[in-house]
Design a protein around this ligand. Sequence first.
Ligand code: FES
Length: 167
Amino acid sequence: MTQNRDSIKANNNKLYSSRRTFIKTAALTGVAALVTGVPLASYVIAPSLNKGTGKWIDFGPVEDLNPGSMEMLSYEFMVKDGWLVLPQRGFVWAKTEAGGNLRIFSSTCTHLACNVIWREEEEVFVCPCHSGRFNGDGRNIAGPPTRPLTVLQHKVEEGNLMVFLTV
Ligand code: FES
């Protein structure tokens, strides 16, 4: 009988010991997962959430622009989108007005985002997709667009024209 009790007690101690070991192991594993998992997860996930909002693009010497003209200025730069790095290409329209005033128009039509083209002879921007039209000030004058072309922020730095583009 005493031997039986001792045997049961020994079994209970073993059970306790293994339960305690299990809990300790589980707790340590949880802490280890937290310590390594959070930085690892943020390293993996953060780039996919990290999208830029804008970028200053250098279009070269501002003095190269012809006064009184509307000029197409093209650009190409690399954009990081999540884990991908892709080229972004496009163009803007630079209008140099009398007195040196400069306005930069986005080439993106405000209807469904096709690129507008400047027609010098008519002095209008024409959108090839649905025949939207904008005057030389970027104002929508015909077709489906209901908003004017976006005027882009610009500055001149060390003689170079810099334009802020959203990416
Ligand atoms: S996208 Fe320009 S008129 Fe429709």
